[in-house]
Design a protein around this ligand. Structure first.
Ligand SMILES: Nc1ncnc2c1ncn2[C@@H]1O[C@H](COP(=O)(O)OP(=O)(O)OP(=O)(O)O)[C@@H](O)[C@H]1O
Ligand SMILES: [Mg+2]
Length: 260
């Protein structure tokens, strides 16, 4: 199986990007025997927290980018040192930290600034993985453009509670710009309704998404449940908890596999 790089993005905050990166990654690894690399590409570093990352002196995503800034392209050895393993989630990952925000500011001044992440993720670094999932930050800046430039596919979680199509339009416009300028092979893998409940707002949101995206809307949706927060706090992937959300994330994993 070739490596598929999926950027999990939506510039709206709190829609379930990090929860999805963590749980989809764990499902693909634990239930479907796939080799998975998670990349925390958000200075808030929520995904690193979910993975129980503790600073250990090895490089994070920030140092990998800063090394480019200093004019030293990242060696395969340095990139390997940036990769940690989570026994519980069955995945490898590259953590982020708050200084990634400063790195983003410096990236803006760099030549070929859109391609930095792509250059870090060489065949040497990601060749052994079936899936690389990039957890994006909630903004439309240089880091997101880097993630979209490095990715093959985009997965968009959409919060069905406080639903708005406006945000989706700006993400789509940016995706089209990236496709036209830095990454012609970029394509949507699907739109994922999250925090779904029995309210009318939720139902209407799914109907609207279905009209707009049709086949590109995942058949699976993720229910609203406190279990999501509990699982990330404990650092236990939902597929190991026996909760219905674990089943839903597994159905998502199956859909992702069938779409690759
Ligand atoms: N299905 C769900 N049901 C209820 N709460 C959820 C669900 N998924 C995620 N949450 C909670 O919502 C909050 C935001 O989730 P998450 O961190 O995954 O979103 P995000 O899109 O990555 O946010 P940000 O844009 O800040 O990076 C967290 O507290 C998380 O536990
Ligand atoms: Mg997040």
């Amino acid at each position: 199986m070739e490596t598929t790089i999926i950027a999990i993005s939506n510039q709206k905050g709190g829609v379930g990007k990090s929860t999805t990166a963590y749980n989809l990654g764990a499902c693909l690894a634990l239930n479907h025997d796939k080799k998975v690399l998670l990349i925390d590409f958000d200075p808030q570093a929520n995904l690193s927290e979910y993975l129980k990352y503790e600073p250990d002196g090895n490089p994070t995503m920030t140092q990998l980018i800063m090394s480019f800034y200093a004019g030293n392209p990242v060696t395969a050895d340095t990139a390997q040192r940036a990769i940690r393993h989570s026994e519980t989630a069955g995945v490898d990952y590259i953590p982020a930290d708050i200084n990634l925000a400063n790195a983003e500011t410096l990236m803006v001044t760099m030549i070929s600034k859109e391609h930095i992440l792509r250059r870090i993720l060489t065949e040497d670094v990601i060749g052994a993985y079936d899936f690389v999932l990039i957890d994006c930050l909630p903004s439309l800046g240089t880091l997101l453009i880097n993630a979209l430039t490095a990715a093959d596919r985009v997965l968009i979680p959409v919060q069905t509670q406080k639903f708005s199509m406006d945000g989706l339009q700006s993400l789509e416009a940016l995706t089209q710009l990236v496709k036209a300028n830095t990454n012609p092979k970029l394509n949507l893998i699907g739109v994922l309704p999250t925090m779904v409940d029995r309210t009318k707002v939720s139902r209407t949101a799914i109907e609207t998404l279905n009209e707009k995206y049709g086949e590109m809307l995942f058949r699976t949706s993720i229910s609203k449940s406190i279990e999501a927060a509990k699982s990330s706090e404990n650092g236990t992937p939902l597929c190991l908890t026996g909760h219905k959300l674990g089943q839903e994330y597994d159905e998502l994993a199956q859909e992702v596999l069938s779409r690759c």
